[in-house]
Design a protein around this ligand. Structure first.
Ligand code: ATP
Length: 368
């Protein structure tokens, strides 16, 4: 049995001429969960969202919401509401009439429209401004009106296309908390498209990372961040260094690999590898220690300090190493200022095998 608001995507595909914007996407989004879709510009997030909303037809595949096949259903019939990036409020209508607009279209009488619109404005803490026009509101207030308007028809699923992008940093963080609170209160499914990794990690029960029309990884934010599936996810989500080495030995459980400068690394295997293969793995930037001489015979990397940036709660140290990717360490600020580093210093960095994630897939990055 499907839960209300559960979304099932089966081989969902969208082609624009010969270009495939969304490529055979399969996914289940649990009813009543908060899902964030993230990926570089042009990867197909908005197209997928619009297909769920019914604003875009599918080239092939199927979408079910709460167990009902909605693939060919009209927008207003599928129990979804879409909140647009620019809010699209009607400038000539006051807040009550903006929020109650869909009720009017559905023939709800004036008195009931007013009552339900006010209730919804109450929910987003704007009832005191019910008679104002949108131009008399702040950006954050306008966003809350757009939310109230999207929610007035009691959708099972609320679709949000970059809902916080028009707000300044301070307001964005505040509204982020409000969105989560609202989703908890309503218990409906939220699907939120964003460009911002911290936003996806902070809000979502499930993060869907897309690239070139496909889903690269879909999982709880902690899994996405801590156990990236591929080099692309590790780089895109940030907070990780991507390293590579040649496999010296593997018993299927553990891998021992070596980099060209002779450094050896060991970590848990996530998939089969053979001796001589090049493997890639990620190491959390905040789990790396800087020492003047190696204290262990594995999981160390030598480098020259290339740059140092104080970030307030930690210090970001960039090293030049023999690896292809930039190698970055997030040092505890107190530890750093006890033993500050200078550009040009030769240092050794080291970490534990459990802070390493074996990366599968050979894609490196999106063209973004
Ligand atoms: P952004 O984060 O920049 O909004 P996105 O991941 O949401 O990007 P989409 O808007 O889904 O990307 O677009 C995916 C791809 O499909 C892009 O290459 C875009 O140019 C293309 N595309 C979208 N709509 C159309 C259209 N109506 N006709 C032709 N191509 C389109």
């Amino acid at each position: 049995m499907s839960k209300p608001g559960e979304i099932l995507l089966e081989k969902v595909t969208k082609k624009f001429g010969s270009f495939t914007a969304v490529d055979s996407v399969d996914q289940v989004i649990e009813g009543g969960s908060y899902c964030c879709m993230i990926g570089p510009s042009g990867c197909g997030k908005s197209t997928l969202l619009r297909m769920i909303a019914g604003h875009e037809t599918l080239s092939s595949g199927r979408i079910k919401i709460g167990g009902t096949d909605v693939t060919t259903m009209r927008t207003g019939e599928r129990g979804t509401a879409l909140m647009f990036q620019d809010y699209a409020l009607f400038p000539h209508l006051n807040l009550t009439n903006n929020v109650g607009f869909s009720l009017k279209i559905h023939g709800v009488n004036k008195a009931e429209r007013k009552e339900r619109s006010l209730e919804m404005l109450e929910r987003v803490q704007l009832a005191q401004f019910a008679d104002r026009m949108p131009s008399e509101l702040s950006g954050g207030q306008r966003q809350r009106v757009a939310l109230a308007r999207a929610l007035i028809m009691d959708p099972q699923v609320l679709l949000l296309d970059e809902p916080l992008s028009a707000l300044d940093e301070f307001l964005r963080l505040k509204m982020r908390v409000e969105l989560k609170r609202l989703q908890d209160d309503l218990g409906i499914t939220f699907i939120h498209v964003t460009h911002t990794q911290p936003e996806a990690i902070a809000l979502a029960d499930k993060v869907i990372v897309m690239d070139h029309g496909i889903i690269e990884q879909a999982a709880h934010p902690r899994v996405i961040y801590d156990e990236p599936h591929s080099p692309y996810i590790a780089r895109f989500m940030g907070g990780q260094n991507v390293l590579s080495g040649k496999v010296l030995q593997s018993d299927g459980q553990e891998i021992l690999a070596e980099s060209p400068d002779g450094s050896k690394f060991d970590f848990a295997a996530k998939g089969p590898v053979t001796e001589g293969d090049t493997v890639r793995f990620s190491v959390r930037r905040d789990k790396i220690h800087v020492v003047s001489a190696a204290r262990q015979d594995k999981n160390t990397l030598k480098g020259e300090v290339a740059n140092v940036e104080y970030q307030g709660t930690f210090v970001k140290v960039g090293l030049n190493t023999q690896q292809d990717d930039e190698f970055i360490i997030y040092m505890d600020d107190r530890a750093y200022f006890e033993n500050p580093l200078n550009v040009g210093d030769e240092v050794v960095s080291e970490w534990q095998a459990e802070d390493v994630c074996h990366l599968l897939g050979d894609n490196n990055s999106s063209g973004d």
